[in-house]
Each structure stands twice: as C-alpha cells, then as structure tokens.
Design a protein around this ligand. Structure first.
Ligand code: NAP
Ligand code: G4F
Length: 373
C-alpha cells in the first residue's frame, strides 16, 4: 500500500510548499476558480477524515495539515489517497503543527483557502489533566495562531472552530443551548472556552466569517480507541471472539448526548455556507449513561455486560462532567440540520464495525473463532 509521505503532494520536489497546487503535474496552467479550496487542521482525526470525505465528494480541493510522526498516522484518510489516483489529485497534505505559527502563516498565505475547518486539538479530556500546559497551548492558543495567520496572510477564508459541549461542564441549564453559560471542568474544557471566545472576538473585531460549532459527543467506527464508546465496541468484539476476558472502565454514571460523526461534519460545512457567521449547537437531544452504552453493546452480541466490565479508578477524572444533553433547535431552524442516527443504531454500527475488523484480521491470519465461523 502507498504510504503517507507521498501524500504530501502540496510540496514541490524540493520540499517547498507549492503556491498553487493546481500548477502541479497535469493540472499545470488550469485556472483555480473552478473549485472551492478548504484547509482542514486535524484531517487525520475522526472528524477531519469524515469532513475530507464530504468535501471531496462535493468537488472541493482539500488541503490537510498533518503532524510528522515516527509511525504512520494517516490510516483514516488512506482510502482517499488511493482514490486520488483514480479521480485526479484533489487531496493535498502538508506537514505542520498547531504549535508552529510561522508554518501556519506560510500555509494559509500560500494556499488562500476559501474555508478553514479548525479541528486539530489534543482532544482527550482525561489526558488533559496529565498534560494541561500542552493542552492549553495546542487546543487553546493553537486557535489564536490560526486566526492570526488568517489576518497576517490577509486572506478572506471562512473559519470553523471545533467548539465542544465540554465547555458546559457543570451544566447551568438542561438541555444546553447556544446561550447556556460555560463552566468547564477540565484543562481541555478551559482551552476550548478560550478558543470559543477567540473565535467570537475575531469575528467582532475584524469582521471574519468565523463560526463556532458547539458539538456534543459524536462517535463512529473511526473514533479514537481510548474514548469510551470505541473502547466499549472494541472490547465487545474482542470478548465475543474470545480474545479478552474483561474491560476496565471509570465512571459508568456519566451521561452523554451521543450522535453519529458523519452527520456532524455535514453540520460544520453548513455553518460555513451561511451568509453570516454564527454559533450553533449540534446534538441529538437525548442523553444516555456509559452504563447504558455498555449494556446495549454487550447485549447486542448476546453477552451480559456485568460479567465483563470492571472498575479502574485510573479512568476517573479529577472533575467530571456528569450530564450533557443538547438542544439543536437553532441548527434545525437556520441550517436545516438534524441528526438521523439515534443511540441504539449508533451502538450497533460501532459494534458491527469492530466485529468486522476483527473477523477480517482473523481471516488474514488464519485464526477462526466461534463468531467468525
Ligand atoms: P481526534 O480524532 O482526536 O483528532 C484530533 C486531530 O488533531 C488529529 O488529526 C490530530 O493529529 C490533530 N492534532 C493533535 N495535536 C495536534 C498538533 N499539535 N498540531 C496539529 N494537529 C494536531 O478528534 P475528533 O474527535 O476528530 O475531534 C475533532 C475536533 O472536534 C477536536 O478539536 C475536538 O476537540 C473537537 N470536538 C470533538 C467532539 C467529539 O465528540 N468527537 C465533540 C466536540 C468537539 P494526529 O492524528 O497526528 O494525532
Ligand atoms: O469518551 P470520553 O473520553 O469523552 P468525553 O470526555 O465526553 O470527551 C469527548 O467528547 C467531548 C464533547 O463533549 C469532546 F469535546 C472531546 O474532545 C471528546 O471527544 O468519555 C465519556 C464519558 C466520561 O464521563 C468519562 O468519565 O465516559 C466516562 N468514562 C468511563 N470510563 C470513560 C471511561 N472515558 C474514557 N475515555 N475511558 C474510560 O475507561
């Protein structure tokens, strides 16, 4: 399989960023105005990968910023790279980091994107208690770096900020809306509040078309393996196939408003298509506990969760967000956005996907289990 270094095709043969990637290869000389150009930070993450799928399907030229890593970190977008050779090159990846403002200014200046989707972040709440300063720098100050880069570069890019329901923290109102006051409960939540207000401030100060999506939890088979839903769906598959005997979790009482990620990236895109910028909650308006997720996921494969789930206090947080439930009425009214995939279907999608992955891996290695048979 082709690997990511070759994907950095926004760079010329000397490793310099090309001013206009459409000057590359068979695209040389073609006018750029034909397609919209988007830049995605966090393109290798869950949301970034679904957003790239969506924008490419809409005909966009898509640029993504990836971090240099000693291991491959593009597994969620490898399928797009392969498609690129069939349908023409419309996906360009560039090395960069949210801690590196010079690189961000250079990229934004040279690319002149029509739309910037800022999804990159240290996004794990529990981990943010272990690395609070790093989280503040990347998840918080990283947003100001992008906003300043837009100003420095003098571009007219529309800007999307990946704000979070974690900002509501110790909730002041149920359900939470765009006007509910914030009370963050983690370094991650604090950093996201900073980024939220930075986005509002640059909109008000400089007239940027800058919008906040206040997104409640959204999950998928591409969800990172250490978030609770994916941790559960993977463990259910592995236990069902006899590869594991137990799953260790933290607080089972926490309640979340869980939606399906591909639907949420559509909402991001809709926000940037509006004449005026704004802030929008995206949520399902349903709340379920971690325990309910476990019960449904194990039950789906005929197992009783109580026999397998154990407690480990390492997964508890110093301060917890006990209850999240969002009201997305504004998004419904102004964007015509509403979620279709509900909680039980989401659980089934995730468990089916992890069972499928495991079965495929087992058949590649010749191992059979009762489930795979
Ligand atoms: P994710 O899977 O954790 O992806 C995060 C992305 O940010 C990855 O591409 C990661 O790159 C990149 N990144 C991390 N540190 C970086 C740095 N220093 N410089 C450049 N890129 C960096 O997160 P997600 O679930 O897709 O969420 C996308 C965004 O929405 C995040 O900002 C998250 O905080 C926010 N959000 C998510 C949810 C949710 O339920 N998923 C809800 C509300 C808000 P690597 O692949 O190299 O690690
Ligand atoms: O899956 P989680 O780690 O997601 P969390 O903390 O809600 O954050 C996610 O959603 C936010 C939106 O509200 C995003 F902004 C953020 O970037 C991220 O995508 O934990 C969900 C709940 C928590 O209450 C946690 O305490 O599950 C509980 N939990 C119980 N056991 C666990 C575990 N969480 C994890 N990660 N691992 C456990 O073993």
């Amino acid at each position: 399989m082709r690997r990511p270094f070759a994907v950095a095709i926004g760079l010329d043969k000397n490793g310099h960023i090309m001013k206009n990637p459409l000057e590359y290869g068979k695209n040389k000389g073609k006018a750029r105005a034909v397609v919209k150009r988007a830049l995605i930070t966090g393109i290798t993450g869950q949301d970034g990968s679904y957003l790239a799928d969506l924008l490419l399907a809409k005909g966009y030229e898509v640029h993504g910023i990836i971090r240099r890593a000693s291991t491959f970190n593009t597994s969620r977008i490898d399928h797009l790279y392969q498609d690129a050779h069939v349908h023409g090159v419309r996906l360009f990846l560039h090395y960069g980091d949210l801690a590196d403002s010079v690189n961000l200014v250079k990229l934004i200046y040279s690319l002149q994107p029509d739309e910037i989707y800022h999804l990159g972040a240290q996004s794990h709440v529990r981990v943010s208690f272990d690395i609070p300063e790093y989280t503040a720098d990347v998840t918080g100050v990283g947003t100001i770096r992008i906003l300043e880069a837009i100003r420095e570069a003098g571009v007219k890019s529309r800007f999307y900020q990946a704000s979070s329901s974690e900002m509501f923290g110790k909730v002041q109102e149920v359900p939470q809306t765009e006007t509910t006051p914030f009370w963050p409960r983690s370094p991650y939540g604090v950093a996201k509040v900073f980024s939220y207000w930075a986005t509002v401030n640059y909109r008000e100060s400089y007239g940027l078309h800058a919008s906040n999506g206040i997104l409640f939890n959204h999950e998928s088979p591409r969800r990172g393996e250490t978030f609770v839903t994916r941790k559960l769906s993977r463990a259910v598959a592995r236990i069902k196939c006899g590869l594991e005997k137990a799953l260790f979790l933290g607080n089972l009482d926490a309640r979340r408003d869980w939606g399906y990620a591909p639907e949420y990236v559509e909402g991001m895109w809709l926000m940037l298509q509006q004449d005026n910028p704004g802030d929008y909650v995206l949520a399902t308006n349903e709340t379920h506990s971690v325990r309910e997720f476990a019960e449904l996921a194990f039950g789906y494969v005929g197992l009783d969760w109580k026999e397998y789930v154990r407690h480990d206090e390492r997964y508890e947080r110093p301060a917890e967000v006990d209850l999240l439930i969002g009201d997305a009425a504004k998004a419904k009214k102004q964007l015509d956005w509403e979620p279709k995939i509900r909680f039980p279907e989401l659980v089934r999608i995730m468990v089916d996907a992890d069972l499928g992955l495991l079965k495929a891996a087992q058949s590649r290695s010749g191992v059979q289990s009762e489930w795979a048979a």
